[in-house]
Design a binder for this molecule. Structure first.
Ligand SMILES: [Zn+2]
Length: 58
């Protein structure tokens, strides 16, 4: 399975909208853009690693 193409779901702390971003982009930028309110959300490195580990394990 290609981990990079899997979707990460991160709730926006500003507006609560759940942002979907590929792991590839999230890992490269370490932040995602909320298209609902315009905020940039920092991607937690530990969380990202855990998600990648979970996907890799399946
Ligand atoms: Zn937002």
């Amino acid at each position: 399975m290609n981990v990079d193409k899997q979707m990460l779901r991160i709730p926006c702390p500003e507006c609560g909208k759940v942002i979907e971003e590929t792991i590839e982009n999230a890992r490269r930028e370490m932040k995602v853009f909320c298209y609902s309110c315009g905020a940039f959300i920092n991607v937690d490195a530990q969380y990202l690693k855990r998600v990648i580990d979970d996907i890799s394990a399946t």
